[in-house]
Design a protein around this ligand. Sequence first.
Ligand code: SAM
Length: 473
Amino acid sequence: MYNVASKKAEEFIDHQEIIDTLAYAQSNKRNEVLIDAIIKKAKLRKGLTHREASVLLACELEEKNQEIYRLAEQIKIDFYGNRIVMFAPLYLSNYCINGCTYCPYHLKNKHITRKKLTQDEIRKEVIALQDMGHKRLALETGEDPVNNPIEYVLESIKTIYSIKHKNGAIRRVNVNIAATTVENYRKLKEAGIGTYILFQETYHKESYEQLHPTGPKHDYAYHTEAMDRAMEGGIDDVGLGVLFGLDKYRYEFAGLLMHAEHLEAVYGIGPHTISVPRLRNADDIDITTFKNGISDDIFAKIVACIRIAVPYTGMIISTRESQECRERVLHLGISQVSGASKTSVGGYANPKDEEENSEQFDVCDRRTLDEVVRWLMEMGYIPSFCTACYRAGRTGDRFMELCKSQQIQNCCHPNALLTLKEFLVDYASGGTKKIGNEMILKETANISNENVRQKVIEHLEAIENGRGNDYRF
Ligand code: SAM
């Protein structure tokens, strides 16, 4: 029986509820009256239920679809403005005891190069990342309690935060590691992580069990209930995601929204972020053997419908996607992108290592961070290296409240300008610097609060003249 507030995976992600939702969406995909009513509700910017959003996803009326895209675009601007937050993944270890059939880290893969970074190697990776200008990381490891125990992850986080190279600093470490215990989540929280990210991969239990035939990840309930344990352990910023291509996208979409509704219902805090990764080719993984791949059109529709259904959540797109695809969905709701990512263990300090095939999957967008930053600005976006919220205690319900009331802009916009300025001064090429400085000038003039504008101007000057950095509102 479906129960949004239950703590049991199979009750808050109830299979029958998803089947009924999909049937409802299918039978109403041309119901103009209903679709209009749902769009009208969406315009209130309070979100939609999984059923309502599923109808929009299924909608086959061209004119209504255009309205959905326009609304998604508007909601993105209202909640997140024209800012795009930048991050990079950092792969610590690809040792893994799971049997995930879509991931080359699976235990049976005997020819992939297994690697685990030492603390000294982590230092080198972090310096390489700082030298590009990164301030925010997502830590990634395979699941292996012997090679990658929680103590290793905690020690690595400490190392990362401790490295101050030139003007560089990693100010926010998000963590994407396998589902774990409440006690371990508490330790991660104490280590000062930003968001705990865990992709569900698929919400379809039967498929989930087939796709994860062996290892601890096989346990659907343990994996699906991970965010509940994370919340219990005190982590109030959690990131959801589905790996699109594993099962049918409409099923995943409904499941994802049910998961978000569950977190809201039980903890009063929805997902801080939602990621939308798509399956990629990798070492011994051939995506043509997976039958549920989605086109760029469907992908764009999913992004737009998530944006409308969960207006407050950050949405992340990685370098799994091409420049063209990223360009297409950015304005529909994306608020965070990775840049210059390496999915190999040790790939930032030693790009050669990629040839040793420790990569997790093929990266599609291989541009440098400077190129990505410039590209964003050329499209009118402000690349932001801001990490202020969790450092100022704006996490969980505090963040949600500010975001839902659209007040978060008052901090995010000035912080984006200040951190972009740091990037321009310390790391950008001449051309990027020129475009960036013009953008900062124009955007600073748009700050309506006189006091804030004056402070921003002072801080910008201080950064320019090397008199300080890491200012934040
Ligand atoms: N090991 C952790 C776990 O089990 O959740 C997470 C870290 S894993 C390095 C990060 C994510 O990469 C996985 O959750 C999965 O969704 C994604 N991934 C794995 N294989 C992939 C592939 N072939 N293409 C795209 N993404 C993939």
